[in-house]
Write a protein that binds this ligand. Structure first.
Ligand SMILES: N[C@@H](CCC(=O)N[C@@H](CS)C(=O)NCC(=O)O)C(=O)O
Length: 218
């Protein structure tokens, strides 16, 4: 004993498919907080259906293991990790603002998923044009007013909530990754959103991971 206090860090494993999908915001949280985790990426369908699926608490992924205990539901996992890592806001009000953005981004994800999973070509085209003309402008408008208001209150921090990085920033960043890969002009009229994206892409703990992660649609 030398009198030093050593923090006990839990052993984390994130189990998800080899996609960004619903596993990527938790991965970004680990990288942002510089916390080690096992990034268990399942890329073998047979292994998933024949062996792993039945062992998962809700038979779906992602699952977070914390010292062997399993947690399901991607947004629950995000909020849990954000609380653990101090990335959920500095007051109850900030936390609510963070969660408001996370839920808003989940609404956007649901809209984009309609396009991804639609099989009928004509219907898919209809959804695509609605995304362009209505959905993306609606969500970029919402985000622009939130980030502008926070800039007024927090000395131009450039973050969505308070004066430091939170789950809200990672959620916005990740949810727009796929739409922007198809339509790079979505943020053209939104300078604050462009600057925010760049802020995350160049964040000292995230830049390398973001630059090197596999380029895939999802
Ligand atoms: N609401 C759940 C949905 C989980 C979910 O549907 N996961 C999909 C992948 S994104 C899955 O595990 N699919 C494989 C299967 O159902 O066998 C969450 O957010 O975690």
């Amino acid at each position: 004993m030398n009198g030093e206090i050593t923090a006990i860090v839990p052993k984390y494993k994130l189990i998800y498919f080899d996609l960004r999908g619903r596993g990527e915001i938790p991965r970004l949280l680990f990288h942002a907080a510089k916390v080690d985790f096992v990034d268990d990426r399942i890329d073998n369908e047979e292994r998933w259906f024949n062996s792993l699926k039945a062992k998962m608490p809700q038979q779906v992924l992602p699952v977070l293991e914390v010292d062997g205990k399993q947690l399901s539901q991607s947004l629950t996992i995000c909020r849990y990790l954000a609380r653990e890592f101090g990335l959920i806001g500095k007051s109850n009000w900030e936390q609510a603002q963070v969660e408001q953005i996370v839920d808003t981004m989940d609404d956007l994800r649901a809209e984009v998923a309609k396009w991804i999973y639609e099989k009928d070509a004509a219907e898919k085209n209809k959804i695509a044009s609605k995304l362009r003309s209505e959905i993306y402008p609606k969500f970029t408008g919402i985000l622009e007013s939130i980030i502008r208001e926070n800039q007024g209150n927090n000395n131009s921090s450039g973050y969505f909530v308070g004066d430091s990085l939170t789950l809200a920033d990672l959620s916005v960043f990740e949810t727009f990754t796929f739409p922007l890969s198809i339509h790079p002009d979505i943020f053209d009229d939104h300078l604050e959103l462009q600057e925010h994206r760049q802020k995350i892409e160049t964040h000292k703990h995230l830049a390398e991971y973001i630059k090197n992660r596999p380029v895939r649609p999802v």
